[in-house]
Structure formats: C-alpha cells, structure tokens
Design a protein around this ligand. Structure first.
Ligand SMILES: [Zn+2]
Length: 311
C-alpha cells in the first residue's frame, strides 16, 4: 500500500550553496500526491510534484523548479522518502535550499522514523523494467535490466589513494536502507571546495556537512569515515534521490559507472521515455494493471552528446 508520514515534522539547517539558515516542514499527504515541494517565503507558490522534468540544475546538487522558483539540494530528502518507503509527502521550504544537514539523509530518516509511517488505502505502482535501457555520457554510464528486486551496483574511480576504485552493490530493502545507504555522506576535495568558495559557490560547505579530503593529509574530518567505502555508498544514495523523481517504485537491476546528478537525471528521463522497456504494475502480484506510460518529452538542454540505447 502507499505510505505517508504519520505526523508533520520540521528540519532546520544551513543550505550548501548560500550558507544561510533554511527550514523545511514535512507534512503527511493523501494517496497519489507523490513528493511535492513548495516555497513558503513567496506568496502564491503552490506545491509542485517533483519529476525528472522539473530538474532545472544539477550543478553541485539537484535543483527543482517549483512554479518558476528554484529549490536546491533536494536529493537527500527524496532519497530518504524513497528509501523509507514514503510515497506521499508535502515539503514546504523557507527559501531557495533545503538544509544540507550532515551531507547525508540521516536526519531526515531519523525524523521519518520518529514521526511514524502511515499505510494508506491505495496500492503503490511499480515501474517494472522488462528490457534493458542504457545511456552513456562522457565515459559515464547507467544501465538497467530486468530483475526481481530493485538493486544498484555503482562503480566510482577517483585517482586519489583515499578513494580509488570502489564498487558496491546494494539490494534495496526498506529495513536496511537507513544503516547501509542513508547515513553515507557527500564528499569533496579541499582544493575543489576552496575553488568553489572563490567563485562564491558552496558557501555552506564545511566539515560539518561533507567528508573533505586533503591531497596530503587524506580525510580531514576528525571522526573519520562511517564506512571504508562511504564514497560509493553516497553515490548510491544520490542515485536513489535522483531516480525517486520518477514517481514509481522501481524494479530492475542498475549498473552505474561514475554517474552524477546530471547523468542520473538524463537516465531517469530516458527510462520514462523508453515506454516499450517497462510496464507499470500495482504492487501486488495478483492483478497486473498496465497503464499508459509517461508521455514523451524532449531531452531539452541535456541531450547533447548522449548515446541512448533503449530497445
Ligand atoms: Zn549527495
């Protein structure tokens, strides 16, 4: 069945881009609402359901367009909802960003667990992949093939001794998501963070909300890593957050190499548009309902140099 949170909760913290304080109020929502965001610092801003098509920027984080207004860094929130099995929720944000918190989905997940989860009356819909779909973009790849579960194998390769090549497979399970994926933090290199600061970007970025790596000293965070392979686990968290925008529960086996928010978003659109490569079913196996698949839309500005293969 579809699920929402049992009661509203509030999350406060600074934004990654601006370094300013923001508040997000997360409230229960009726069946078939999906995950909807709005800005409450602007009058007459209605809730907008997030989809891969209202992603307006993927620089540093995933930014969505809510009635012409940006809300940035939504991906750890959307990952927390998908991961904890929340289908429907309203999120009202006090400005241009949701709080970055500790750079993972930990605090959002803990709040969901504290608020409780409410089963609703209507069944969930699952996008079940029936044929492979893949994309390739500047050496980054994402592919999905049929599978009985939803699982992601991610490979990253950074030419740095602290990270190097990491490959990790996570088979999605609502009961393990929090501890296995949800608490993995984002990461960056000190020299890159300093370059972003000099451009007026990532003003809120610090050791409080990211693993920061120095070329000589390695991980600068005193507490160290939460997992030896926290980096690849965070890339999987990001992928959950970006693919959650598809709006269905997912069934398929993903293999991704070096993908980030941009390629994740292109993949989400490509998958939705590959209408002969999946079926939409209700969650129970007894009755299969095929729906007309999502309407085709152009790739827009993301189309350049992307090889798409969907059969
Ligand atoms: Zn992230």
């Amino acid at each position: 069945m579809q699920k929402t949170i049992a009661k509203a909760f509030t999350i406060n913290g600074i934004g990654l881009h601006s370094g300013k304080e923001f508040q997000a109020v997360i409230s229960p929502a009726p069946c078939n609402t999906g995950i909807q965001f709005k800005r409450d610092d602007v009058r007459h801003c209605d809730y907008t359901r997030i989809t891969p098509y209202n992603v307006s920027s993927t620089q540093l984080a995933t930014t969505i367009d809510c009635g012409g207004l940006p809300i940035s860094t939504i991906e750890h929130f959307s990952a927390a909802f998908y991961g904890q099995g929340i289908d429907n929720a309203f999120i009202s944000v006090s400005g241009t960003e949701v709080p970055i918190l500790d750079g993972s989905a930990k605090e959002v997940i803990e709040n969901i667990e504290k608020a409780g989860i409410l089963a609703q009356k209507e069944k969930r819909k699952v996008l079940k992949v029936t044929r492979p779909v893949s994309i390739e973009y500047e050496g980054k790849t994402v592919e999905i093939e049929p599978c009985d579960n939803f699982e992601i194998t991610f490979e990253l390769d950074y030419p740095h001794p602290v990270i190097g090549r990491q490959v990790f497979t996570y088979v999605y399970d609502e009961n393990t998501f929090h501890k296995e994926i949800g608490i993995a933090r984002t990461f960056g290199f000190k020299r890159e963070v300093e370059a972003l600061w000099s451009m007026g970007l990532a003003k809120g970025g610090s050791l409080d909300n990211a693993i920061v790596i120095d070329d000589k000293e390695g991980v600068l965070n005193k507490e160290g890593l939460r997992f030896p392979n926290e980096f690849v686990r965070h890339k999987i968290l990001d992928m959950f957050g970006d693919l959650a925008l598809i709006g269905y529960r997912l069934q398929g086996k993903i293999k991704a190499s070096k993908s980030g928010h941009h390629v994740n978003n292109v993949f989400a659109r490509t998958l939705l548009e590959a209408t002969n490569s999946y079926v939409i079913e209700e969650e129970t196996e007894s009755k299969v309902i095929k729906e007309q698949a999502a309407s085709c839309q152009p790739y827009g500005s993301f189309s350049e140099n992307i090889a798409v293969s969907a059969v």
